[in-house]
Design a binder for this molecule. Structure first.
Ligand code: AMP
Length: 217
C-alpha cells in the first residue's frame, strides 16, 4: 500500500517546505499543483495562461482544470509507492474528485495532515513590514508596537503584494477550510502545530504520518 499523503494548511504555514522535506526523506514524489501551474505558464501552455491571471490575483484556478492536472499526474508510474500532494485539494469538489481517483487507481487510502497556524501568526509572518502611523518610518516585522523615531503607533502596511496575500488567506478560509471538515472524521486525519520551529514540525509530522499509516490497516 502506498504512502499517500496530503499536506494541508493555509498560505504561510510552511506546508510546501514540510511537504518537500518529507517527500525527499521518504523517496516519494512531491506533487505541488502550484509548481505544475507555474511550470505550464513558463512553457506558455494556453490553459495555464488563463490560470495565470487568477493566480496573480490570489484566486483559485477552476476545479476542472485542477482535477485534470492531478488525474494526469497520478496516472504516472512513479506514484506507485505513494506521493505527497501539496496545494491540492483546495475545494471540497476537488477532494471528492480525488477520492474517486484514488478509488479508481486503487492506490490505497489517503493520509491527511493539516499544518495548522493561527491566522494572526500567518498575517505576522506574511506581512513583511510595518510603518509608523504618524511619521511613516518603516519599522519592519518587529515585536515592538511603538515607532523608534517618534513613538507613534506602528501599523501594517498593505501594499499590492500584501493585498494578494490577504486575498489568499480569505480564499483559504472560504474554500479550503471546508476541505478539513470533509476529512476530519477519518482515522487517517492528523493536525500538526505549524506555529512551532520548522525542525519540530518535521519531527512531529513524521511521527503522525507513521501513526496514521498504521491506522489504515
Ligand atoms: P501554491 O503555490 O500552492 O500557493 O499555488 C499558487 C496558486 O496556484 C494559488 O494561489 C492558486 O491560484 C493556484 N492553485 C494551486 N493549486 C490549486 C488548486 N488545487 N486549486 C485551485 N487553484 C490552485
Amino acid at each position: 500500500m502506498g504512502l499517500n499523503v496530503i499536506m494541508m494548511g493555509p498560505p504561510g504555514a510552511g506546508k510546501g517546505t514540510q511537504a518537500g522535506r518529507f517527500a525527499t526523506d521518504r523517496g516519494l514524489p512531491k506533487i505541488s499543483t502550484g509548481d505544475i501551474l507555474r511550470e505550464a505558464i513558463k512553457e506558455k501552455n494556453p490553459t495555464a495562461l488563463d490560470a495565470k491571471a487568477r493566480m496573480d490575483r490570489g484566486e483559485l484556478v477552476d476545479d476542472d482544470t485542477m482535477i485534470a492536472i492531478v488525474a494526469d499526474r497520478l496516472a504516472r508510474p512513479d506514484v506507485r509507492d505513494g506521493f505527497v500532494l501539496d496545494g491540492f485539494p483546495r475545494t471540497v469538489a476537488q477532494a471528492q474528485a480525488l477520492d474517486e481517483l484514488v478509488k479508481r487507481l486503487e492506490v490505497g487510502p489517503l493520509i491527511v495532515v493539516d499544518v495548522a497556524v493561527p491566522e494572526h501568526e500567518l498575517v505576522r509572518r506574511l506581512a513583511g513590514r510595518r510603518i509608523c502611523s504618524v511619521c511613516g518610518t518603516n519599522a519592519g516585522p518587529s515585536d515592538v508596537d511603538a515607532c523608534a523615531a517618534c513613538g507613534g503607533e506602528l501599523v501594517q502596511r498593505i501594499d499590492d503584494d500584501q493585498g494578494v496575500v490577504l486575498e489568499r488567506l480569505r480564499v483559504y478560509q472560504q474554500s479550503t477550510k471546508p476541505v478539513l471538515e470533509y476529512y476530519s472524521e477519518r482515522p487517517t486525519f492528523r493536525v500538526v502545530n505549524g506555529a512551532q520551529a520548522p525542525e519540530r514540525v518535521a519531527v512531529e509530522l513524521n511521527a503522525m504520518i507513521d501513526d496514521a499509516a498504521a491506522a489504515r490497516r
